[in-house]
Ligand binder design. Structure first.
Ligand SMILES: [Zn+2]
Length: 191
């Protein structure tokens, strides 16, 4: 229906999450009409190449350390463990936590072939041993991951806490509203 290049753009956009053919068509036509937006978008996408992972917490960063790890105001004695880097942003938006983070880059799901050895825990253990960490908060309700992490951390002299009720078992912290997340965080219990 459209010239080949426009059809190709619509097809590419359709492959993005949450974009159906109609939205993809609307965006493609919008961009065709606004050449300066195309430049902006290309630049922003190209800049994604700068993103890597923090050497300390595995979260997103453009430098060696992420802004949170580099911030002297953060409570360096508390670490909040999350499954994926975008969950750091989620907790930061809620403003509930002023400590540091650690990203596992995954969760344990035996049926999907995801095993404990797939989690990146080495640097977390090193930090617990060397950085005088007083509390590790496990911000996951994915049961296999949670049980594995509790068992692992019990080997070290550190307080381990889990989020309070409110987050469905097996559920992810991103599936609850901000207030529920705050309450679950505030009411966290030592295990
Ligand atoms: Zn970091």
């Amino acid at each position: 229906m459209y010239p080949k290049s426009l059809e190709e753009l619509i097809t590419s956009l359709t492959q993005l999450p949450s974009l159906g053919p109609k939205s993809a068509e609307r965006i493609a036509l919008y961009l065709l009409d606004k050449p300066h937006k195309i430049e902006q978008l290309i630049k922003a996408i190209k800049n994604l190449e700068k993103i890597g992972y923090c050497v300390q917490c595995n979260s997103f960063t453009e430098g060696k350390l992420c802004a949170i790890c580099e911030n002297p105001q953060r409570d360096k004695h508390k670490i909040c463990v999350v499954e994926e880097p975008h969950q750091v942003a989620l907790l930061e938006r809620s403003g509930i936590f002023k400590g540091l983070y650690y990203v596992l880059h995954g969760s344990i799901a035996p049926l999907e072939g995801k095993n404990p050895q797939d989690l990146k825990v080495t640097k977390l253990i090193k930090r617990i041993k060397e950085d005088h960490i007083k509390e590790v908060i496990l911000a996951t309700n994915q049961e296999f991951t949670l049980h594995y992490m509790i068992k692992l951390l019990k080997n070290f002299k550190v307080k381990v806490s889990c989020l309070a009720k409110g987050i469905p078992v097996g559920g992810n912290i991103e599936y609850v509203d901000e207030l529920t997340l705050k309450e679950a965080f505030k009411g966290r219990q030592e295990v």
